[in-house]
Design a protein. Structure first.
Length: 262
């Protein structure tokens, strides 16, 4: 077996742990692993990440649901809007050069990492509560915009969804994490469907990667809530920032001649 593939399958555990524990981060790890370790082209890696993350999220969401960490109504409203956005983003992504997609992906990583490291504004105790009436219009709007980003570059879903659910839906962080997995599964399926019009995927590799990521999600779900959220978020944010910088170093030199026609 190819040594790089063995390394990639080992790293797939981290993808599952991230999704199960944080409700996001799957694509942020999957796309670089499939591109730089497995050797897929960016279009394939982005498409494959939607499958890996979608399936892993779908499995993990039921672990969170069993302990009451999923709000189905808010998740389904956000998810349906996200599916529409992801399909539109996936169609558009099929016609954008891979180098540009990777630079956009890296920019998303840097923005996400910065937000994670900075953290959320502190909220007075008792002020966070689930509203009796959901702000449906705002949820649909934000769901559609997040879906476009996820469908276009295969990343950014979870770490955009969790804060949105916390702010718009008034959900506690642990519940927002569980609910985000439902949304990620929905919008990933729509984004993948759009990408499959223009991309062919190496399914044996993807299925093996997905199976290991799903196993990792069991570990992540079990650890959710047992580790300091602040330390975990900041540590992962620094890790994502480093990977984002690496992707930019790899892709920007190829972007310049593409833009200048040199």
């Amino acid at each position: 077996m190819d040594p790089n593939l063995i390394i990639a399958l080992f790293l797939a555990v981290l993808v599952g742990v991230s999704l199960g524990m944080l409700g996001g981060g799957g694509s942020i790890l999957t796309v670089p692993i499939l591109t730089y370790v497995v050797g897929m082209d960016p279009q394939q890696a982005i498409s494959a990440s939607l499958f890996v993350v979608g399936v892993t999220s779908a499995v993990s969401v039921f672990h969170h649901a069993r302990v009451g960490r999923v709000r189905w109504r808010a998740g389904l409203i956000f998810g349906v809007a996200g599916m529409a956005g992801a399909f539109a983003g996936g169609i558009a992504g099929g016609f954008i050069p891979g180098t540009i997609l990777m630079v956009l992906f890296a920019a998303m990583m840097v923005a996400t990492a910065t937000a994670m490291i900075r953290g959320r504004k502190k909220v007075p105790a008792g002020s966070v509560h689930e509203p009796t009436a959901l702000p449906v219009v705002r949820i649909i709007r934000d769901g559609f915009l997040v879906g476009i980003a996820a469908g276009l570059v295969g990343a950014g879903g979870g770490f955009l969804i969790v804060p949105a659910l916390t702010l718009l839906g008034g959900l506690p962080v642990a519940v927002a994490v569980g609910t985000s997995l439902l949304i990620i599964a929905m919008q990933s399926s729509a984004g993948l469907a759009a990408h499959l019009f223009t991309v062919e995927l190496p399914w044996p590799t993807i299925l093996a990667f997905t199976a290991i990521a799903v196993a990792g999600s069991f570990v992540g779900a079990a650890l959710a809530g047992r580790i300091s959220e602040t330390a975990l978020r900041r540590g992962f944010g620094i890790f994502v920032l480093v990977i984002g910088a690496f992707v930019l170093v790899q892709e920007v030199p190829q972007l310049i001649p593409l833009l200048t026609g040199a």
